[in-house]
Design a protein around this ligand. Sequence first.
Ligand SMILES: [Zn+2]
Ligand SMILES: [Zn+2]
Length: 375
Amino acid sequence: MKGRVAVLKAYGGDFELREYPVPDPEPGAILVRLTRAGVCGSDLHIWRGEMKEVYGSPPRDLTFGHEMCGRVERLGEGVTVDSAGQPLREGDRMTFLYFFPCGRCPVCLRDEVGSCPRKARPSRVAGTRPFFNNAYGDYYYLRPGGFLFRIPDEVSDDVATPANCALAQVIYGLARAGLRPGDTLVIQGAGGLGLNAVAVARDTGADRVIVLDRVASRLELARAFGADHTLSLADLPTPERRIEAVMDLTGGFGADVVADFVGYPEVVPEGLRMLRGGGCYLEIGSIAPGNVFSYDATALVRGNARLVAASNYSPWALARALGFLRRNLGRFPFERLVSHVFPLEDISEAFREADWMQRGGDGLRLSRAALSMAD
Ligand SMILES: [Zn+2]
Ligand SMILES: [Zn+2]
């Protein structure tokens, strides 16, 4: 039996599909038949070549993708339950961490599993055994020790796809930032992460959620997810005016938490100035190398500011993400987070479309693209 893996041939260009033999899972491993994969903002950074330093130029046998879900195709010997202790059988739908913390180092010991310096990431070089190491393919080989969770029956694959990246990341980040019921949260950027953040903040009991973006349709979606106020960069073209608007909305004091989900460093100094005294700035968006910003350290001191960043997450965040989705299915329009689903053979078109949408598109079509491998 063989399965397909999508390999990027040129930055900003096309993928080709290569076939590799589907492996049998070793003891403790799981062979997953992927059903969906998401095109995340970080995947677009890779596709555009903004991470050449990491993946080489031109890309050599580069395969990637990390947002996904699927069904258990074959359980390796000894695997009987998921990471929450629920029975797991072949055919069950599941989601899983795409990185592998070591679980036995001083960082993991301090409950900072997402920051494990020894965490393993599967190879992004196509053809590396066991061949199915990333999301853009027919299968995924979940190595022994991977964290995985059964998807609740009520939650469709389309809704569950962003759970193991965007949603778990947001839940983990906002928890690290200490968002509490009654807080005011400013969200910079209403992409996939920002929209999930609106919903998570509502679920947490935030009193007021303010969202900034430049695309009107994304702001409309932010309101559909429960944002109280949306501020358009088109209406407020300068940082000064945006800061003033946030101050007006917060009685002149600033927000308890400001979170960056944009990914370009210019937004950081602006966001820091939207904080109340003692507030927390959460940095999640910047993942491409060289995102440098400059800020007055004295202003941070005088503001008693807290700065928190989040990359990856602890496994509990993915378990909570599934509970969050099940609990809020009728409340938030999760189905609108993915606007375009392409079959895997159209992955090149999916990336071009996702890139265009992320840049603002025509302002009508919006949100994200996903790939479908099976149902
Ligand atoms: Zn992602
Ligand atoms: Zn570790």
